[in-house]
Design a protein around this ligand. Structure first.
Ligand code: WT7
Length: 654
């Protein structure tokens, strides 16, 4: 009897086409090599994919778990790997970035040009006293300077902390303070939804607000002119990029740094209020980011045009915009704005214009395109697309099939990639030329990664059962800690399965009859109804499979008789809303879920709402919905993209 009542059946399978398989970078042989000698396999990848100024002789040092060291006696320069080596190999004229601004302006930046810009910026950083180990906060829109800034910081051995441009002055200040940043790199503003959204004023506010007792670590603010919006200027502190960088020398030799030199800190929200500064280092991180980008996205750098839609403020933007693709020497699209500006088909216009061949995006985006309807993408030529990737949350089979059929011409393989800020790079995914894919399943660990699904005691659950997702062996791109808080690092990830030495990911998962992995959402999103465990993701998937439903979020609300009850919040497609009453629709959907999954999963309440509360990265904040479902005052909404949405929902539910 399965631990999680998983009654959804998904029988559609898609084997790679022979023609795709024949040209694929990732082959079945990789699994064999990794299974035979995991550490040897990663050493091979590190030697093959990364340039070492000083070759390593040690692979993994795990003598002081959970503090790992990979390739520790090796030395490299991460920026050299992403830039100079491609120019030296004769590929300087290859386009690194096809950049498109939201208003329609565009720039093509070659590897030679990007290398030149990064060398100049590295010299500016040197002049500003930024060197090995110093922290630099980056608060920029999606412009080429954002990528250049990350690489220049890496080039001089300093540590970047990219803060998503959508975060408030408060969040920025907290991150600057926690890391003790010496320099902030920002822009006057950037384009979003048809207008300039200011950034520099938030930096000014963050720095002004800092308590008088706080150590004043920020010495300079380097400002890119992008939005042309008026900005205040602190003489002596603030520096224009367009004055400093072109004036600096373009001669800069990349110095080698040890493999374990910190590369970046990236803050991510945990279950408590204080964001965690996830720390990543150089050699292992670059190895796994490069490897996974190559074999999972099937990158052929000479011919592909790759586009990862993530912002550099998230880990996906670090590993699959900046480091992975540039280390591989790929050409990629970088887009500043939002998907629907100025028209709903903007993304597809970009795919057509740049002939994008590999597209990597999130299920939340796919579902919002489904909501608009297939007639929008169908107006564009998407025939260049040959690989589709998904990341960030479970992708429900309906969205998966839509993605394949409408965007991928019913041909492009889909790779559903599971990983986290903490893992640094992809951990579970199909290889598009090897794996027979199943809609909704992330499927198998990539070669060299060891994953298991276990019960509360840490024992393997066996096929057909659900449990907790753990990583059983250290991996090259694993986080090296939480900035300034080694105890929290141990407690959060390593204490639950300390006996086994497993990393606990915080996700629930199920192994199907073939042993393939299905992610079920964070474990705090797993409900217990009358002693049965149910996944919010599973019920949401059933709801969006109904033709009337555009989006759904499910929470477990406490219930006197059943322990928890299923409460659903759904957005109904416009034409259905016109034809049916909300009560009628709610009743129909309760019955529908009962039919799809089983009576136990039938929601107690189905609320028809106009919007769902989402974070800026698109994650639904179920905690807030739980507050509404349980009739409580709604809690802290400061991380919502739109803070007004909760009062609207509360009113709709009442
Ligand atoms: C959490 C990590 C990985 C970069 C973006 C998010 C969820 C991520 C998947 C997937 C199901 C997924 C997990 C994970 N998640 N990818 N393919 N299928 N769930 O990074 O903000 O660190 O979030 O996102 O719950 O723990 P993040």
């Amino acid at each position: 009897m399965s631990q999680i009542d998983s009654l959804l059946h998904e029988d559609r399978h898609f084997a790679p086409a022979a023609s795709f398989r024949a040209q694929a970078v990732g082959t079945a042989e990789l699994y064999e090599r990794a299974a035979a000698d995991r550490e040897g396999f990663w050493a091979e990848q590190a030697r093959e994919l990364v340039h070492w100024h000083r070759p390593f002789t040690q692979v993994l040092d795990w003598t002081n778990p959970p503090f790992a060291e990979w390739f520790a006696d090796g030395e490299l320069n991460v920026a050299y790997n992403c830039l100079d080596r491609h120019v030296e190999a004769g590929n300087g004229a290859r386009v690194a970035l096809y950049w498109e601004g939201e208003p329609g302006d565009s720039r093509q930046v070659t590897y030679a040009e990007l290398t030149d810009e990064v060398k100049r910026l590295a010299n500016v950083l040197g002049d500003l006293g930024i060197g090995r180990g110093d922290r630099v906060a980056i608060y920029l829109p999606m412009i080429p300077e954002a990528v250049a800034a990350m690489l220049a910081v890496a080039r001089v051995g300093a540590i970047h902390s990219v803060v998503f441009g959508g975060f408030s002055a408060d969040s920025l200040r907290a991150r600057i303070d926690d890391a003790g940043a010496k320099l902030v790199i920002t822009a006057d503003g950037g384009w979003r939804k048809g207008k300039v959204s200011p950034l520099k004023p938030a930096v000014d506010q963050a720095l002004a607000d800092r308590g008088s007792g706080a150590q004043e670590t920020v010495e300079h603010v380097l400002v890119v002119k992008r939005g042309d919006n008026p900005v205040d200027w602190a003489e002596g502190r603030d520096i224009w990029w367009h004055e400093a960088v072109p004036a600096a020398s373009a001669d800069h030799e990349a110095q080698p740094f040890p493999a374990e030199n910190p590369l970046f800190i990236l803050y991510t929200s945990g279950t408590t209020g204080k964001p965690k500064g996830i720390l990543h280092t150089s050699g292992g991180y670059l190895t796994q980011a490069t490897f996974t980008n190559k074999v999972v996205h099937d990158i052929h750098p000479e011919t592909d045009v790759y586009w990862c839609t993530a912002d550099i403020g998230w880990i996906t933007g670090h590993s699959y915009v900046t480091y992975g693709p540039l280390s591989n020497g790929a050409s990629q699209v970088l887009y500043e704005g939002t998907p629907e500006s100025p028209e709903p088909g903007r993304w597809w216009a970009l795919v057509e214009k740049y002939k994008v061949s590999v597209l990597y995006t999130a299920p939340t985006a796919i579902r919002s395109f489904m909501k608009q309807g297939r007639q929008i993408p169908q107006q564009y030529d998407l025939s260049s697309i040959r690989v589709l990737g998904s990341v960030g949350e479970p992708i429900n089979p309906e969205a998966w099939i839509w993605y394949r059929e409408i965007i991928g011409a019913d041909e492009a393989p889909i790779v559903d990639t599971w990983w986290q800020t903490e893992t640094g790079a992809i951990m579970i995914s199909a290889l598009p030329g090897v794996t027979e894919t199943k809609p909704g399943s992330a499927q198998v660990p990539i070669p060299g990664v060891s994953i298991d699904v276990v019960d509360e005691s840490g024992a393997h659950v066996g096929n057909g059962n659900g449990g907790l997702l753990v990583i059983t062996e250290p991996w090259p791109s694993m986080l090296r800690g939480i900035w300034g808080d080694p105890e929290r690092f141990v407690e959060t990830y390593w204490e639950k399965f300390a006996d086994q030495g497993y990393y606990f990911a915080g996700d629930g998962a199920r192994l199907d009859e073939d042993g393939d992995i299905w992610l079920l959402g964070r474990v705090d999103d797993v409900m217990n109804v009358s002693g049965h465990r149910l996944s919010t993701a599973e019920i949401e998937s059933a709801l969006v499979a109904n033709e009337a439903v555009a989006e759904a979020a499910v929470v477990g609300a406490s219930d006197e008789t059943t322990g928890q009850a299923v409460v659903a919040f759904v957005i109904i497609k416009e034409n259905y809303l016109k034809q049916h009453s909300p009560d009628g629709l709610a009743g129909t959907l309760r019955g529908w879920v009962g039919e799809q999954i089983g009576p136990i999963a039938r929601p107690r309440d189905v609320y028809i709402v106009g919007e769902l509360p989402k974070t800026r990265s698109g994650k639904i904040m179920r905690r807030l919905l739980r507050d509404v479902a349980e009739g409580r005052e709604v809690g802290d909404t400061t991380t919502l993209a739109d803070t007004a949405v909760m009062s609207v929902i509360s009113a709709q539910v009442r």
